[in-house]
Design a protein around this ligand. Structure first.
Ligand code: GMT
Length: 378
């Protein structure tokens, strides 16, 4: 199949899922065309059946805001026609689903038929999408999509609650390519942060408010009062400067490391003992799944789709949003009991196996086949 994948090329979970999906599909022989405004961060080396089409916007003095959606739509029309694509798969509804619908209509007018699949990732529904300035367009374009998927049962439920959806929504969870997550504890790298074999806690995100990273720091201070421990914060975003300020004022500042955005987080996860994800909302929590793929148990909020990913008391421990006392207690429970920690680490890896690409990829392939068949026979 020749598939066009529209995505955000950044470190966000939706872009990572879309890129890894395209790479995995290309390995199965599909021809993949990524369409976005810059090279996707996880793209890596280009293979013979992977193509990248850059959406280039240009400034015109009249435009206060560059009309990205129109430029994307025109690019879609162009790529679908000239690369003879069979199907478009857009990740993150805003503005990708409405651009895909518009492109579909333009192409129809020119005698070219193409269905599109929309995957809802979370904030496109729960934060941005429900805002009245987006709501009618999102609602319309979800209903006009030829197939819709959501990354968790919880996100599906919320989408039906927040919008007037007539379409079916299929749940296809986030995934990881497990065989790329070798479980090897790099001692040399570990010593850089924990020279005396201290336990390492880690958090990875795009440093937005919804991630509540301050809770990680508060819990870390509580844990540090009981034991020597290090904190690795990976990522960057609007909250970073404020969090750095909070850390600098902390008594435990020398044990907190801000590592910035990393293309690959495996090296950090492989030396970590615990991952903390205290988000107020998370449709799935891809970063938690990536941690578990490295055998790292997760302490996370009991919110959104997180309980579908982390099995409480088995591969991690869940707490109410903002309950830093419980996060501290849960972390100490695992970090101070070697055999319990070892059990949770093994379970975390076993839990991640359920979300391996080998399990998830066939779901997308069969969705594409059905979508294409329905669209062309209707
Ligand atoms: O987490 C973010 O803020 C980024 C966002 C995105 O769209 O890039 O992530 C969302 O999509 C991921 C992939 O499906 C999910 O794993 C994340 O849970 C989801 N984030 C939220 O719901 C806050």
């Amino acid at each position: 199949m020749r598939i066009g994948i529209v995505l955000y090329p950044t470190f966000g979970g939706s872009g990572i899922v879309a890129t890894e999906l395209g790479k995995a599909l290309s390995k199965k022989g599909h021809e993949i065309h990524f369409i976005t405004y810059s090279e996707p961060v996880r793209l890596g080396e280009l293979r013979k059946n992977i193509f990248y089409h850059e959406v280039r916007t240009s400034d015109y003095p009249l435009f206060k805001f560059t009309p990205y959606e129109q430029v994307l739509t025109s690019k879609l029309v162009d790529v679908v026609k000239f690369e003879r694509l069979d199907l478009l798969h857009v990740h993150y509804a805003i503005p990708h689903a409405s651009a895909a619908y518009m492109a579909q209509q333009i192409l129809k007018d020119q005698g070219v038929e193409i269905p599109f699949v929309t995957t809802l990732h979370g904030t496109d529904i729960t934060l941005v999408g429900k805002d009245p300035s987006f709501e009618p367009v999102i609602n319309f374009s979800i209903n006009k999509s030829n197939r819709v998927t959501a990354v968790s049962e919880n996100l599906k439920k919320e989408t039906f609650e927040l919008f007037d959806i007539k379409n079916k929504i299929e749940v296809i969870p986030n995934f990881i390519c497990l065989k790329e997550y070798k479980l090897d504890n790099n001692d040399y790298y570990k010593k850089r942060f924990a020279p005396n074999d201290e336990k390492i806690i880690c958090h990875v995100s795009n440093f937005r408010k919804v991630k509540r990273i301050e809770d990680v720091i508060i819990a870390f201070e509580g844990i540090s009062k009981e034991m020597d421990v290090k904190l690795l914060l990976v990522g960057d975003g609007p909250e970073r400067a404020r969090l750095e300020q909070i850390s600098r004022n902390s008594k435990f500042n020398k044990n907190i490391f801000f590592l910035g955005s990393l293309k690959s987080t495996k090296e950090v996860l492989n030396i970590s003992d615990l991952f903390i994800l205290p988000s107020s909302k998370e449709s799935f929590g891809l970063s938690a799944l990536e941690a578990m793929a490295c055998g790292v148990p997760v302490i996370a909020s009991d919110s959104g789709g997180i309980p579908e990913v982390i099995s409480h008391g088995v591969s991690g421990l869940l707490n109410s949003v903002g309950d830093t006392y419980q996060i501290t207690k849960n972390a100490l429970k695992l970090l101070t009991n070697e055999s319990l920690l070892r059990r949770f680490k093994t379970n975390a890896y076993l839990q991640a196996k359920k979300f391996d690409i080998e399990v998830i990829l066939p779901k997308y392939e069969s969705l594409y086949e059905k979508c294409l068949e329905d669209y062309l026979t209707k």
